[in-house]
Design a protein around this ligand. Structure first.
Ligand code: NAP
Length: 230
């Protein structure tokens, strides 16, 4: 983080202040806001990017990991958003980008809590976008498809990223900033991922969720699956 901050200062003259905080903790948003207030800065752009995925079967998924995922992906994101929006509305300008996912558009088997958490982020952000509209403030959900980061390693599917087409974080950020300028309520960077989000709407919910099993099924198909299908 120090190296990145130094790079930003040298190349762009950006002021950086690093706060190390576990955003999956219950009081994370309060602690972070207290740090920001100490610096005496007003937030112009909040990007709720920190998030984790969890890929696995029901029996092997640790409940503690699910709770941390929900705290990080939903609770802290919501808390931070509600803490910064009133100030932005009072000043009549500012923006929030909440990082959702293409997984927000359908249930995803073996990644159930993650995909559902991203649906929350999408719906939450869109609703706030409508509330803040016309008041100089915008809230946007960013819904990337597969992106070249450590995400799948951390989520419990090492090597998954290498086998699937993906976009670079640079492309995602570029699309996000361009959509933010247009005050879009959500954006899916890349036409292929956008198309996929539309196809899901055409399929029945049953088909969509059954198809999703192909992506993150750990190991081989089992006999129970064949029985269920028939
Ligand atoms: N990569 C994809 O394919 C993809 C697709 C759609 C959406 N997304 C979303 O994009 C966002 C960024 O993820 P990424 O792809 O960049 O994955 P990543 O490389 O694993 O980065 C996750 C980021 O979240 C931070 N983080 C995780 N747990 C945290 C915690 N408890 N407290 C504070 N920070 C924490 C990490 O900080 P540390 O590095 O310090 O751990 C890291 O900066 C996430 O919301 C993810 O759901 C990713």
């Amino acid at each position: 983080m120090n190296a990145l901050a130094e790079d930003l200062v040298t190349k762009h003259g950006t002021k950086c202040h690093i706060v190390t905080i576990d955003l999956a903790e219950a009081d994370a948003a309060e602690k972070l806001m207290a740090e920001i207030e100490k610096q005496g800065v007003k937030i112009e752009l909040l990007v709720n990017n920190a998030g984790v995925g969890l890929i696995g079967e029901i029996e092997t998924t640790a409940l503690g990991d699910i709770q941390r995922l929900l705290n990080l992906n939903i609770i802290t994101l919501t808390d931070l958003t509600y803490r910064v929006l009133p100030g932005m509305l009072e000043r009549g300008h500012g923006a929030v980008i909440n990082v959702s996912s293409v997984a927000a558009f359908q249930p995803v088997a073996f990644m159930a809590a993650y995909a559902a958490s991203k649906s929350y982020v999408l719906h939450f952000s869109e609703a706030l976008w409508a509330e803040a509209r016309g008041r100089g403030v915008t809230v946007m959900a960013l819904c990337p498809g597969v992106t070249q980061t450590a995400f799948f390693e951390v989520a419990g599917a090492p090597g998954w990223l290498e086998k699937h087409s993906s976009q670079t974080p640079f492309r995602i950020v570029k699309s996000a900033m361009s959509a933010l300028e247009k005050r879009r309520q959500y954006v899916i960077p890349g036409w292929k991922d956008y198309l996929m989000s539309l196809l899901v709407r055409l399929a029945t919910r049953r088909t969509a969720v059954n198809e999703s099993k192909r992506y993150f099924r750990p190991g081989k198909r089992g006999p129970q699956d064949d029985a269920q299908k028939s």
